[in-house]
Design a protein around this ligand. Structure first.
Ligand SMILES: [Zn+2]
Length: 294
Protein backbone atom coordinates (compact mmCIF):
# COMPACT_ATOMS: atom_id res chain seq x y z
CA UNK A 1 0.00 0.00 0.00
CA UNK A 2 1.99 2.98 -1.17
CA UNK A 3 -0.11 5.51 0.71
CA UNK A 4 0.09 3.80 4.09
CA UNK A 5 3.78 3.04 3.54
CA UNK A 6 4.32 6.71 2.83
CA UNK A 7 2.53 7.57 6.04
CA UNK A 8 4.65 5.07 7.97
CA UNK A 9 7.86 6.37 6.45
CA UNK A 10 6.97 9.91 7.45
CA UNK A 11 6.05 8.92 11.00
CA UNK A 12 9.17 6.83 11.43
CA UNK A 13 11.47 9.58 10.27
CA UNK A 14 9.95 12.29 12.34
CA UNK A 15 10.64 10.16 15.39
CA UNK A 16 14.32 9.68 14.60
CA UNK A 17 16.22 12.07 16.87
CA UNK A 18 18.22 14.75 15.13
CA UNK A 19 21.97 14.49 15.59
CA UNK A 20 23.33 16.78 18.28
CA UNK A 21 25.75 19.29 16.94
CA UNK A 22 27.65 22.21 18.34
CA UNK A 23 25.58 25.36 18.63
CA UNK A 24 23.16 22.98 17.03
CA UNK A 25 22.07 24.36 13.73
CA UNK A 26 20.80 27.78 14.69
CA UNK A 27 24.07 28.98 16.20
CA UNK A 28 26.25 27.86 13.29
CA UNK A 29 23.89 29.22 10.69
CA UNK A 30 23.63 32.54 12.51
CA UNK A 31 27.42 32.89 12.66
CA UNK A 32 27.66 32.12 8.93
CA UNK A 33 24.97 34.68 8.06
CA UNK A 34 26.64 37.43 10.11
CA UNK A 35 29.99 36.62 8.48
CA UNK A 36 28.42 36.75 5.00
CA UNK A 37 27.23 40.30 5.70
CA UNK A 38 30.82 41.44 6.37
CA UNK A 39 32.64 39.81 3.45
CA UNK A 40 34.41 42.16 1.07
CA UNK A 41 33.06 42.02 -2.52
CA UNK A 42 36.16 40.10 -3.65
CA UNK A 43 35.85 37.51 -0.87
CA UNK A 44 32.15 37.14 -1.51
CA UNK A 45 32.90 36.41 -5.16
CA UNK A 46 35.38 33.66 -4.16
CA UNK A 47 32.96 32.19 -1.63
CA UNK A 48 30.13 32.21 -4.19
CA UNK A 49 32.37 30.40 -6.65
CA UNK A 50 33.37 27.71 -4.13
CA UNK A 51 29.78 27.22 -2.98
CA UNK A 52 28.59 27.30 -6.59
CA UNK A 53 25.85 29.88 -6.05
CA UNK A 54 25.12 33.29 -7.65
CA UNK A 55 27.26 36.11 -6.27
CA UNK A 56 24.51 38.03 -4.49
CA UNK A 57 24.42 38.84 -0.73
CA UNK A 58 21.31 36.73 -0.12
CA UNK A 59 22.44 33.70 -2.12
CA UNK A 60 25.87 33.67 -0.43
CA UNK A 61 24.37 34.14 3.06
CA UNK A 62 21.90 31.27 2.50
CA UNK A 63 24.55 28.97 1.04
CA UNK A 64 27.11 29.73 3.75
CA UNK A 65 24.46 29.09 6.43
CA UNK A 66 23.66 25.76 4.81
CA UNK A 67 27.36 24.88 4.53
CA UNK A 68 27.99 25.70 8.20
CA UNK A 69 26.59 22.45 9.61
CA UNK A 70 28.12 20.00 7.12
CA UNK A 71 31.11 19.29 9.39
CA UNK A 72 28.81 17.97 12.12
CA UNK A 73 26.76 15.91 9.70
CA UNK A 74 29.76 13.87 8.52
CA UNK A 75 32.01 13.80 11.55
CA UNK A 76 31.29 10.19 12.50
CA UNK A 77 31.96 8.77 9.02
CA UNK A 78 35.08 10.89 8.58
CA UNK A 79 36.30 10.32 12.15
CA UNK A 80 36.94 14.02 12.57
CA UNK A 81 35.17 14.48 15.91
CA UNK A 82 38.33 15.73 17.64
CA UNK A 83 38.62 18.61 15.19
CA UNK A 84 35.57 20.35 16.71
CA UNK A 85 37.08 21.38 20.06
CA UNK A 86 40.22 21.66 22.16
CA UNK A 87 40.37 20.12 25.62
CA UNK A 88 42.04 22.73 27.83
CA UNK A 89 41.92 21.75 31.53
CA UNK A 90 40.79 24.36 34.05
CA UNK A 91 44.26 24.33 35.66
CA UNK A 92 46.10 25.25 32.44
CA UNK A 93 47.77 28.54 31.68
CA UNK A 94 47.78 29.90 28.16
CA UNK A 95 51.28 28.53 27.62
CA UNK A 96 49.93 24.99 27.97
CA UNK A 97 47.60 25.40 25.00
CA UNK A 98 49.90 24.02 22.27
CA UNK A 99 50.43 20.81 24.26
CA UNK A 100 46.66 20.22 24.27
CA UNK A 101 46.54 19.79 20.51
CA UNK A 102 48.30 16.59 19.43
CA UNK A 103 48.93 16.06 15.72
CA UNK A 104 46.78 19.05 14.78
CA UNK A 105 43.70 17.18 16.01
CA UNK A 106 41.90 20.17 17.46
CA UNK A 107 39.72 23.02 16.22
CA UNK A 108 42.23 25.90 16.07
CA UNK A 109 44.85 23.80 14.25
CA UNK A 110 42.29 22.65 11.69
CA UNK A 111 41.07 26.21 11.09
CA UNK A 112 44.68 27.22 10.43
CA UNK A 113 45.31 24.31 8.05
CA UNK A 114 42.08 24.67 6.09
CA UNK A 115 42.48 28.45 5.83
CA UNK A 116 46.00 27.88 4.48
CA UNK A 117 44.59 25.46 1.91
CA UNK A 118 42.01 28.04 0.78
CA UNK A 119 44.68 30.75 0.60
CA UNK A 120 46.89 28.65 -1.65
CA UNK A 121 43.98 28.12 -4.07
CA UNK A 122 45.03 24.52 -4.61
CA UNK A 123 42.84 21.64 -3.46
CA UNK A 124 44.21 19.20 -0.91
CA UNK A 125 44.48 15.51 -1.83
CA UNK A 126 41.79 14.60 0.69
CA UNK A 127 39.65 17.72 1.11
CA UNK A 128 38.32 19.93 -1.67
CA UNK A 129 38.21 23.72 -1.29
CA UNK A 130 34.47 23.35 -0.69
CA UNK A 131 35.22 21.03 2.24
CA UNK A 132 37.94 23.38 3.54
CA UNK A 133 35.53 26.32 3.48
CA UNK A 134 32.80 24.33 5.21
CA UNK A 135 35.25 23.26 7.92
CA UNK A 136 36.55 26.78 8.54
CA UNK A 137 33.01 28.18 8.83
CA UNK A 138 31.99 25.42 11.23
CA UNK A 139 35.06 25.34 13.46
CA UNK A 140 35.15 29.12 13.96
CA UNK A 141 31.59 28.73 15.25
CA UNK A 142 32.59 25.80 17.46
CA UNK A 143 35.47 27.56 19.23
CA UNK A 144 33.10 30.34 20.27
CA UNK A 145 30.96 27.85 22.20
CA UNK A 146 32.83 28.05 25.54
CA UNK A 147 32.48 24.33 26.30
CA UNK A 148 34.49 23.53 23.15
CA UNK A 149 37.57 25.04 24.80
CA UNK A 150 37.60 23.44 28.24
CA UNK A 151 37.99 20.15 30.04
CA UNK A 152 37.23 19.16 33.64
CA UNK A 153 37.68 15.43 32.99
CA UNK A 154 34.13 15.77 31.66
CA UNK A 155 34.27 15.82 27.85
CA UNK A 156 33.62 19.55 27.77
CA UNK A 157 30.51 19.36 29.92
CA UNK A 158 29.06 16.27 28.24
CA UNK A 159 29.35 14.24 31.47
CA UNK A 160 27.39 16.57 33.78
CA UNK A 161 23.75 15.57 33.57
CA UNK A 162 20.86 17.97 33.92
CA UNK A 163 17.96 17.18 36.24
CA UNK A 164 15.43 18.16 35.11
CA UNK A 165 16.27 18.23 31.40
CA UNK A 166 16.19 21.61 29.69
CA UNK A 167 14.31 21.19 26.41
CA UNK A 168 16.19 18.42 24.60
CA UNK A 169 19.38 18.99 26.57
CA UNK A 170 20.34 16.12 28.87
CA UNK A 171 23.76 17.48 29.79
CA UNK A 172 25.62 20.73 30.28
CA UNK A 173 27.30 20.66 26.86
CA UNK A 174 23.98 20.20 25.09
CA UNK A 175 22.50 23.07 27.08
CA UNK A 176 25.19 25.38 25.72
CA UNK A 177 25.17 23.84 22.25
CA UNK A 178 21.51 24.25 21.64
CA UNK A 179 19.06 25.25 24.30
CA UNK A 180 20.76 28.52 25.22
CA UNK A 181 20.63 29.53 21.54
CA UNK A 182 17.04 28.31 21.35
CA UNK A 183 16.24 30.46 24.40
CA UNK A 184 16.85 33.50 22.19
CA UNK A 185 13.71 32.28 20.46
CA UNK A 186 14.54 33.22 16.87
CA UNK A 187 15.41 31.25 13.74
CA UNK A 188 18.88 31.78 12.29
CA UNK A 189 17.79 34.34 9.72
CA UNK A 190 15.92 36.53 12.20
CA UNK A 191 18.62 36.10 14.85
CA UNK A 192 21.36 37.11 12.40
CA UNK A 193 19.35 40.17 11.37
CA UNK A 194 18.89 41.16 15.02
CA UNK A 195 22.56 40.68 15.84
CA UNK A 196 23.68 42.54 12.69
CA UNK A 197 21.60 45.48 13.89
CA UNK A 198 23.32 45.34 17.28
CA UNK A 199 26.69 45.21 15.53
CA UNK A 200 25.80 48.26 13.42
CA UNK A 201 24.85 50.16 16.56
CA UNK A 202 28.26 49.46 18.07
CA UNK A 203 29.98 51.58 15.43
CA UNK A 204 33.06 50.77 13.34
CA UNK A 205 35.69 51.06 16.11
CA UNK A 206 34.00 48.61 18.44
CA UNK A 207 33.22 46.32 15.50
CA UNK A 208 36.89 46.22 14.57
CA UNK A 209 37.80 45.57 18.20
CA UNK A 210 35.45 42.59 18.39
CA UNK A 211 36.91 41.10 15.22
CA UNK A 212 40.49 41.48 16.49
CA UNK A 213 42.83 38.84 17.85
CA UNK A 214 44.40 35.57 16.82
CA UNK A 215 42.77 32.18 16.76
CA UNK A 216 44.49 31.38 20.06
CA UNK A 217 43.13 34.60 21.59
CA UNK A 218 39.60 33.55 20.61
CA UNK A 219 40.05 30.05 22.02
CA UNK A 220 41.52 31.35 25.26
CA UNK A 221 38.70 33.89 25.60
CA UNK A 222 36.17 31.04 25.25
CA UNK A 223 38.12 29.00 27.79
CA UNK A 224 38.08 31.81 30.36
CA UNK A 225 34.42 32.40 29.71
CA UNK A 226 33.70 28.74 30.38
CA UNK A 227 35.54 28.94 33.71
CA UNK A 228 33.72 32.06 34.88
CA UNK A 229 30.24 31.61 33.43
CA UNK A 230 29.89 27.85 33.51
CA UNK A 231 32.17 26.08 36.01
CA UNK A 232 32.26 28.81 38.66
CA UNK A 233 28.65 29.98 38.34
CA UNK A 234 27.32 26.42 38.48
CA UNK A 235 29.81 25.46 41.22
CA UNK A 236 31.17 22.44 39.40
CA UNK A 237 34.12 20.93 41.30
CA UNK A 238 37.54 21.13 39.68
CA UNK A 239 38.81 17.64 38.91
CA UNK A 240 42.37 16.40 38.31
CA UNK A 241 43.80 16.85 34.81
CA UNK A 242 42.71 13.70 33.02
CA UNK A 243 40.85 12.82 29.86
CA UNK A 244 38.58 9.83 30.46
CA UNK A 245 37.71 7.73 27.41
CA UNK A 246 34.01 8.13 28.14
CA UNK A 247 31.70 9.65 30.75
CA UNK A 248 31.52 6.23 32.43
CA UNK A 249 35.18 6.71 33.35
CA UNK A 250 34.77 10.32 34.51
CA UNK A 251 35.39 11.14 38.20
CA UNK A 252 32.33 10.42 40.34
CA UNK A 253 32.10 14.09 41.39
CA UNK A 254 31.29 14.76 37.72
CA UNK A 255 29.35 11.69 36.61
CA UNK A 256 27.11 11.72 39.69
CA UNK A 257 26.39 15.41 39.46
CA UNK A 258 22.81 16.35 38.65
CA UNK A 259 22.63 20.00 37.71
CA UNK A 260 19.43 21.89 38.33
CA UNK A 261 19.57 24.83 35.96
CA UNK A 262 17.19 27.65 36.79
CA UNK A 263 15.63 30.16 34.44
CA UNK A 264 17.80 32.80 36.13
CA UNK A 265 20.97 31.17 34.78
CA UNK A 266 19.53 30.82 31.29
CA UNK A 267 18.42 34.46 31.29
CA UNK A 268 21.80 35.68 32.50
CA UNK A 269 23.61 33.72 29.77
CA UNK A 270 21.60 35.14 26.87
CA UNK A 271 23.81 38.24 26.50
CA UNK A 272 26.91 36.00 26.62
CA UNK A 273 25.52 33.80 23.85
CA UNK A 274 24.61 36.83 21.73
CA UNK A 275 28.11 38.26 22.17
CA UNK A 276 29.76 34.98 21.23
CA UNK A 277 27.64 34.67 18.08
CA UNK A 278 28.38 38.27 17.05
CA UNK A 279 32.11 37.88 17.67
CA UNK A 280 32.23 34.57 15.82
CA UNK A 281 30.48 36.10 12.80
CA UNK A 282 32.72 39.17 12.64
CA UNK A 283 35.88 37.12 13.19
CA UNK A 284 34.91 34.55 10.58
CA UNK A 285 34.39 37.37 8.09
CA UNK A 286 37.80 38.82 8.95
CA UNK A 287 39.46 35.43 8.64
CA UNK A 288 37.88 34.76 5.25
CA UNK A 289 38.71 38.27 4.00
CA UNK A 290 42.35 37.79 5.03
CA UNK A 291 42.45 34.23 3.68
CA UNK A 292 41.26 35.32 0.25
CA UNK A 293 43.53 38.38 0.40
CA UNK A 294 40.80 40.94 0.03
ZN1 LIG B 1 31.12 20.95 15.62
Amino acid sequence: MPSSFGKFALTCCLLVPLPLSAWWETGHRTVARIAAAYLTPATRARVALILDVPNTPDAVADALAKASTWADENRVQTRTGAWHYIDIPLQDTRFDMPSRCKDDNCAPARIRLFAAQLASKSPDYRWSNLDALRYVVHFVGDIHQPLHAISDADHGGNCERLDPLIGKARNLHALWDGELVNALDLGDKALATELEKRIQDLGPDRQAELAEGTLDDWVWESHELAIADVYQKLQIPTEPVEFPASCNDAPLAISELRLRIGTGYIGSMKPVVRDQLMKAGLRLARLLNETFGS
